[in-house]
Each structure stands twice: as structure tokens, then as C-alpha cells.
Design a protein around this ligand. Structure first.
Ligand code: SF4
Length: 454
């Protein structure tokens, strides 16, 4: 059998030559069945894993690779060595929340500091939100830390300190824990045989099964969950889920996947399609319901051979980030020993960057003239420090751009040095003077650190 044909057979990619004949299903070298989907199967069934023998082989290949190649990460060590189920689940939970939208390399230091400061749920439940925000500062998506702490308080006060023991209960009982996080905690901490679907898993599964419909659509996501639950290894669910995510993070990466090194390449239909240089026999229009398949690429966006396996997954165009502008002022006074101190004020307790500290800032219309901007900012500062501020004294430093998840934010940065002591009005929202060192240790966003460095 040629290499190409072997790959096609292993990926379930070649049909029998005569559709009328019905001999017993043939098996590939590793046991993958080539049986056609039964007539009663849904139109998208050719995109799924339906052969138990193939699933078994894939599990074995993936787990063997994971055992050889997995990265050494602190949360994995804790999950593998912590004998107490509640502590183990807490350690996994913290890592999963931190890893949402954030790179592993960034998370490691935050995770280690967090677990050192709050090694248990009980310790976290006793922390103040200010402490949580301070440790989280720079990690982004700040509501994650707040929700984690709220949920820890709930476990301690309402569940007697005992973490829910199933994915279903974790999702139902813990604020901020969605389907993915619940599945990850339950499979890794308790060994529950439940799958997970995150961005890495979406990419791997869409490539393995040539799923080219919008991967963010509920119809596709539902099928991917079905697939993840069918694939997950019954004996090592936590390792299997981590292996699938690890594969997406290190091998089946978005732009230049390392297909040659991939442990599941023989199951991959996107790779097969690339090797053949033309549409594979499976899945095709005929098998997928005469063009009505909800998992196939839309007819208007056919396979692009220059993209190879990166034809998958496909997503609907991202919503454009909202453009926002704010004037902000680094207000400085001379403190003890004439060292500079800066005024920071606290943001409201809900909404973007809730509870974090920042330099006094004022949202601005996009087209506001500089003169008007100065006047408005001077008035805003006056309300904070309780003494007149002359608009002309504000020194324009420049602009700082920061991209939040869905906001393209520009800060127009001014500075102003004050002579003498300035007493803050305790009636206004929290505000304080800080040295540069204190500023960096405070719960301030990365954007504000950029402003100070402007
Ligand atoms: Fe991803 Fe390539 Fe492996 Fe397919 S063969 S799963 S595209 S890395």
C-alpha cells in the first residue's frame, strides 16, 4: 500500500470501491474501520469519530506522546502529588482560571505567587479583594481574580469548604466556572471521564475531522463537545484532556503546525487532504448530505490549497474592537525627603477594571479639541484634590494605546507637578498618594504602568 493510501485508510479516508457490496468492515493497520456511516446517522456523521477501534488507537497514541513530551508545569505537579481532593481541585481551578486568555509562560509566576500566598480555599476566602487585585495586576481580565475569590468564599461558607465533586455540580454551584473549567477540574482532579473544549481542542478536532463551518457557532461547538466526550480516555481522562490541549498548544499550533511530529497524524483528515492535494473522499458532499452538512466549509469558501491544514478551523469575522479615548493625568507632589508621589484613584467596583487603581482619567469624545480636553481634565482634577487647577498648566506628554479584549483604548497623557502638600477629600471615592515603588505594588493595570512610563 502506498504511503498516501495508508494515510488515507488510517484517517478513514477511502471508501470501498463498490457501494453496493456489503462485505464486513475492513480495518486499517491499527484497526480503524472503514465502514460507511449507517443510513440513519446524521448528515455530519462523517466528521465524527464513530469507530471504537480508531478511538482506542488515537487515545493510546496521544497519551504515549503526552507521557514523553509534556511540559513540566507547577499546576501539573500539584495535581499529580496533592493527596487531598479539595486542595487538588483548588490548585487546578486556580490554574485554569489564570490560563484563560493568558499564555502559560506568563501564568507560571503568578500561579506560584498565588499558591504561596493562598495555598487553600480557606486562605483565599479570607483575603481582601484589594490583595487579590494586587496579585492579579498585570495578568489582565481582572474580573477573573475577583470571581475566583467570590467562589472560594462560597465554597467555604455554603459548602463547608468542600469542592463540588462533578463537572455538573462545579458548573452549577461555582460562580465563574463554565463548562470548560468544570470539565478540566473534574477530569484532572477527580478522574471524571468528561471531555473539555477550549481553543486548542477546537483547533485540533476541526483539523482531525475537516470541520470547516464557523467554529464559534453553537452548532459546531455542540458537536465538538460530543466528540470530546466520546474521545476522552476512560482511565486517564485528566491526562487525555491535557494531552489534547498540549497538542494544540505545542504541535497543532494555529499558523505553522508541526504535522510531521504529530502523534495523531494518521487520524488527521486535514493532513490527508493536504497530502492528496484535492478533496478527500471523506468527508465529501455525498457523504455529508448533498451539501447540507452543518460541519463542512461553506460552499462559498472552499478549500484553499495554499493554506493546507490551516484551512481549519474557520471562524466568523471578529467583531471590531470598540475605540475609546480618555484624558489622564500623572499628578505629582513632593513627599517625604522630596521624593515624588503620584495620585491614584480607585475605579468603580463593577465594569471594566473594576476596583483597580489608576491616574485620574476622564473619557473623551474622539473629536474633542485639545483646549476643551484640558479644561475638562482640569475640572476633573480639581474635584479630586479640592483646589483649583489651571488648564494651561497641564503638560501634554503624549498618547498611550492599550488594547483590552474588546476595546482599543487611547490615553492622552498629561502631567502636572503640585507645590506643597495636598489634602485629599475623604468624601470623594478612594484616592491616595503613592511612591513609584508603591504604585507598582498596587492593583494597577498594565495600561497605567504604560502611562507612568510615557
Ligand atoms: Fe494538527 Fe497536523 Fe496533527 Fe493534523 S497532523 S492534528 S493538522 S498537527
Amino acid at each position: 500500500m502506498s504511503q498516501l493510501r495508508a494515510a488515507a485508510v488510517a484517517a478513514g479516508g477511502l471508501r470501498r470501491s463498490s457501494p453496493r457490496a456489503a462485505p464486513p468492515a475492513r480495518r486499517s493497520r491499527k484497526g480503524a474501520s472503514l465502514r460507511k456511516a449507517p443510513a440513519s446517522a446524521p448528515p455530519y456523521s462523517r466528521h465524527l469519530f464513530s469507530d471504537p477501534a480508531e478511538i482506542e488507537v488515537l487515545r493510546g497514541d496521544l497519551l504515549a506522546w503526552y507521557d514523553r513530551c509534556k511540559r513540566d508545569l507547577p499546576w501539573r505537579t500539584r495535581a499529580a502529588t496533592e493527596p487531598d481532593a479539595d486542595r487538588r481541585a483548588y490548585a487546578v481551578w486556580v490554574s485554569e482560571i489564570m490560563l484563560q486568555q493568558t499564555q502559560v509562560a506568563t501564568v507560571i509566576d503568578y500561579y506560584n505567587r498565588w499558591m504561596q500566598k493562598w495555598p487553600t480555599l480557606q486562605a483565599l476566602a479570607q483575603a481582601s479583594l484589594e490583595e487579590v487585585n494586587e496579585l492579579w495586576a498585570g495578568l489582565g481580565y481582572y474580573s477573573r481574580g475577583k470571581r475566583l475569590q467570590e467562589a472560594a468564599k462560597k465554597v467555604v461558607s455554603e459548602l463547608a469548604g468542600r469542592m463540588p465533586r462533578t463537572a455538573e455540580d462545579l458548573q452549577k454551584l461555582l460562580p465563574g466556572v463554565g463548562r470548560y473549567t468544570a470539565g478540566a477540574i473534574a477530569s484532572i482532579s477527580y478522574g471524571q471521564a468528561t471531555g473539555v473544549v477550549d481553543g486548542n481542542v477546537i483547533r485540533v478536532l476541526c483539523r482531525l475531522r475537516c470541520i470547516g463551518a464557523d467554529s464559534s457557532s453553537p452548532a459546531v461547538i455542540d458537536r465538538l463537545w460530543d466528540m470530546a466526550n466520546a474521545l476522552v480516555d476512560r482511565n486517564r481522562p485528566g491526562d487525555f484532556n491535557q494531552a489534547l490541549m498540549e497538542l494544540g498548544a505545542t504541535v497543532c499550533v494555529p499558523k505553522a503546525p508541526l504535522c510531521g511530529e504529530c502523534p495523531v497524524k494518521q487520524h488527521c483528515r486535514a493532513r490527508l487532504r493536504k497530502l492528496l492535494g484535492k478533496p478527500t473522499p471523506v468527508p465529501d458532499v455525498e457523504d455529508c448530505g448533498a451539501g447540507g452538512c452543518p460541519l463542512c466549509p461553506p460552499a462559498a469558501e472552499p478549500w484553499d490549497s495554499s493554506l493546507g491544514v490551516t484551512n481549519f478551523p474557520r471562524k466568523a469575522a471578529k467583531k471590531q474592537a470598540r475605540v475609546a479615548r480618555a484624558a489622564t493625568c500623572v499628578l505629582e507632589r513632593r513627599g517625604c525627603h522630596r521624593a515624588p508621589e503620584y495620585l491614584i484613584v480607585q475605579r468603580p467596583s463593577s465594569g471594566l477594571l473594576a476596583g483597580l487603581w489608576e491616574f485620574p482619567s476622564l473619557p473623551q469624545a474622539q473629536d474633542l479639541q485639545e483646549e476643551k480636553q484640558r479644561e475638562a481634565l482640569a475640572e476633573h482634577l480639581q474635584a479630586w484634590i479640592g483646589q483649583p487647577v489651571v488648564a494651561g498648566d497641564l503638560q501634554l506628554i503624549g498618547e498611550v494605546v492599550h488594547i483590552f479584549s474588546h476595546i482599543h483604548q487611547t490615553y492622552v497623557v498629561y502631567s502636572l507637578s503640585l507645590d506643597g502638600d495636598v489634602t485629599l477629600d475623604p468624601a470623594s471615592s478612594p484616592s491616595r498618594w503613592v511612591t513609584e515603588e508603591e504604585f507598582h505594588a498596587s492593583a494597577v493595570s498594565t495600561a497605567m504602568k504604560k502611562v507612568l512610563g510615557a
